[in-house]
Design a protein around this ligand. Sequence first.
Ligand SMILES: [Zn+2]
Length: 470
Amino acid sequence: MGYKKDDIVEIKLYDLMKSQYGTDSNEAFDEFIPCDGHFIQAMKPFCGKRVILTESNIKNEEGTAVRFMKGGFIFTQDMFTKVGELREFTKTKNDFYKKKYTKAEITAAQVEMLQMVDKEKFDKIMAGANGIDVKRIKGTTKMLQLWAENKVNYFLMFGRKLKIKKEIEIEMTADDVAEDVETLRKAYPLQVYILDLFQKNDIIKNCITNAPRYFKQYYDIQPGMKLTKAMHKIFENEQFDIELSKVVQKTKKSGSLVVSIDPVDILFMSKNNSGWHSCHNIYDEGGGHGCYAGGIFSYIEDKATLISYRCSDTIAEYNIGKYKVEDISKSWRELLFCNPDNFYFVASRQYPYDDELLTSQVRILLETQVSEYMNVPNKWTIIHDDNLARKVVRNESGKILHYNDVLLYTSKHYPILYNRSLTANMSPKEFTDLFSIVVGAESICPVCGEHLIRDCGWINCHNCGIGDDY
Ligand SMILES: [Zn+2]
């Protein structure tokens, strides 16, 4: 096979050895390769990496001898496969480059997005969570400046907005009804106590699947009867009947799905009144915060992270230290890690539960937006390959405080998505760069803005005390 300049090759050495020897064993190579033990393991990180050949890589006129260096190793043509079809794609350029903005336009966009942030609210949350007065918050201007610099591509892709949104109607589940039942319980504790004796799904279907024996005996309540009728037979309380009917009739729940770079949304990524919790919570009821609260700042300041969530229109009031903050309640959320140049993304873990409907709706929302912005057909490929996801996603180097679920939480499938047109029209260099989403940033202290946050379990630096204003 002849190689030419600009050919793309994919390093396959690890795969080739593994298929030949069937194991990860080093026995066949360690004795004669002057590498510090474990030669195959040392090669493993290079497997799947793509390289563009330069003229100096091609060692004879026929192009049958190729050599290049990477990571201190020498690779020859036996160690890789040629990705020939990609070369065809390099012939055309897509509209992406027509979207290039001037430096002045980018700066103007950053100013615009900063003006859209509710900084007063952002600072109040920071102050409350740190247990200090809001007057002492000095670090957030610098933090938000970094946010604007690093997230400006998403702002432009969203059509100069901090978030994109879609109204949804979702079939009620037993869990959705549970929230309504809890509201009902306050006014009708006895009635709801009896209601609990029926099965959860009976409320959604308004149909009794099974009744306790004494109900059958004393009230003539039988399976198949309407639940509302049964409750009427037991209590004969008209007001309760009306309230229960309202719950039973709500078979669909409306709400919004949002994809956002709004720093308040990221700061409040785990704040909700739906009763779930995550280690990235900025402030727990009654004080304290999640064990990875420092990681939130990593996501705010980085180039990769977007948050998607589901919420209702209801505004909740949260106590954050001595401050009261109004915000929506996120009943579900999922972080999306994205390459800011070509909008290729990996969906991270869903909280507090996996919901295929919600995550696919988020994908559709984002896919449509990216395709319109980039002026390409809305045709995407989804790959379900955790190993590949872990190659694509990596953490920024340095002191990074977030908990990266894609890299650390192993029992899930993280879908990778890319627009086929954008991938196909990339130049070789861009295509290689595509296989990289760098998550996280070093997080500056929101209180002073002078130092880095001391550790993942902290939300300030080693110099800034907690709670001394009280
Ligand atoms: Zn500080």
